[in-house]
Design a protein around this ligand. Sequence first.
Ligand SMILES: [Zn+2]
Length: 97
Amino acid sequence: MNEEHEVPRVGGAVYPAGPQVTRREFEDAKKLAPVDSKGQLLCWDFMCYAGCRLSPPECAQRNQRVHEMPNLKSIPPVLKLVFNRLGGLRTKNSRPL
Ligand SMILES: [Zn+2]
């Protein structure tokens, strides 16, 4: 796994933004990360303003991630930290960071 975690920085890409998360923060976030009904991790890029460059089948195949919006009542701070690096969670009332 590369140092940038999940999101390789492409030329001129805005995200990930802000201070890099540590491996520990990343692992903690992963443990708390939302999953689909089958227990598969949801795609963080897709959920956030960063957006995922892959189509849903590609993302499932390459990253084993599902393109689905999570149903979160509250977001643990460490997840928020990781999501904020990706522009923040896309919700009706949010704006990209
Ligand atoms: Zn994806």
